[in-house]
Design a protein around this ligand. Structure first.
Ligand code: COA
Length: 326
């Protein structure tokens, strides 16, 4: 089995900012409520025409440049998204076209907010098996396209963005361990019920606003805390490491209170936790991708550091991985 490592990271955030104060004018909410319940201050919103593949394209260009690879050297492109450009073709195929990555195979991966972690581990396995050498993974979301700006319980939480990483084979790991889990029995806690094959778009779907995110936030909060702790513990145990060995913990950026509860229970020092939920809100699969990129840009990741990515999302799904930075 070959080892795999990340050799380039990139991100793209749309320029338009939607602050808590802006939201006060749209729904019955307050900056104080949003800040104390979630830690979010603002989020980015894509312009019309800025689809998931366009955001992914900009993040990928940066990641490829930093990796020192040209698009034609890519063997595989995986885009994790719940807001694809279209039901089909895949957003990964649109990204291939934008990049002119003529030699790449492409597919999308659906694991909601855990999508980037799932994509990273999937890419690692393709490299480990020897099937592919150079893989681009992207978490890209235009969550504003499935957000109901009449529903104060969800619209304050989400934002748009994209993060990308290039993986290749390596002499030393790289990726050390991972853990995934799913519970389809809890699918109704967080979903977009309308617009798929179960309830195709119709006037009723539009009237019910069921083509937008529906969430049981309170229930999800407790489950998310439990599962994020569980999966991080399993990945660390598989890697033969303890929480004190962790150099940087990069959790899914859904809510600062969830992150605080998870890191406290895991016993991770607050200095070692990466946070940007205040600036971007929850960008689903793009959250861990952008967080990893920003941590690297800020010089918070050094050679031989132990990085833990930890995420959960609609499905329910959850997953984590341990990376030794090489
Ligand atoms: N502004 C003001 N009040 C709001 C509000 C808003 N934006 N959204 C909800 N409220 C109200 C509710 O109506 C409720 O009022 P009531 O007591 O009169 O009924 C009150 O605030 C408390 O609601 P509750 O849902 O109990 O709040 P909470 O402390 O659980 O916080 C969340 C709500 C959504 C922030 C929190 O549950 C959460 O973050 N859950 C996880 C969400 C998540 O991670 N989703 C993505 C997963 S990938």
């Amino acid at each position: 089995m070959r080892a795999a490592k990340i050799i380039g990271l990139g991100k793209y955030l749309p320029s338009r900012r939607l602050t808590n104060k802006d939201l006060e004018k749209i729904v019955d909410t307050s900056d104080e409520w949003i800040t104390t319940r979630t830690g979010i201050k603002e989020r980015r919103i894509a312009k019309e025409g800025e689809s998931a593949s366009m955001l992914a394209y900009k993040a990928s260009q940066e990641a490829l440049k930093r990796a020192g690879l040209t698009p034609d050297e890519l063997d595989l492109i995986i885009v994790a998204t719940i807001t694809p450009d279209m039901n089909f073709p895949s957003t990964a195929c649109f990204l291939q076209k934008h990049l002119k990555a003529v030699n790449a195979s492409c597919f999308d991966l659906s694991a909601a907010c855990a999508g980037f972690v799932y994509a990273a581990v999937t890419a690692w396995q393709y490299i480990a098996s020897g099937l592919y050498d150079n893989i681009l993974i992207v978490g890209s979301e235009v969550i504003s396209s499935i957000t109901d700006f009449k529903d104060r319980s969800t619209c304050v939480l989400f934002g748009d963005g994209a993060g990308a990483a290039v993986l290749t084979y390596s002499k030393t790991p790289g990726f050390i361990s991972s853990d995934f889990g799913s519970d389809g029995f809890l699918s109704d806690i967080l979903s977009v019920p309308g617009g798929g094959s179960q309830q195709p778009i119709s006037q009723k779907v539009l009237d019910d606003r069921s083509h937008y995110i529906k969430m049981k936030g309170n229930e999800l909060f407790r489950i998310a805390v439990r599962l994020m702790i569980q999966t991080a513990e399993i990945s660390l145990k598989k890697a033969g490491l303890k929480t004190e060995d962790v150099s940087l913990f990069i959790p899914h950026q859904a809510n600062k209170r969830i992150i605080d509860a998870v890191s406290k229970r895991l016993g991770i020092d607050s200095q070692k936790i990466f946070l940007n939920v205040d600036q971007y809100g929850n960008m689903s699969s793009a959250s861990t991708a952008v967080a990893l990129c920003e941590a690297w840009e800020k010089g918070m990741i050094k050679k031989d550091d132990i990085i833990v990515l930890d995420a959960f999302g609609g499905g329910l799904v959850w997953g984590s991985c341990v990376i030794k930075w090489t």
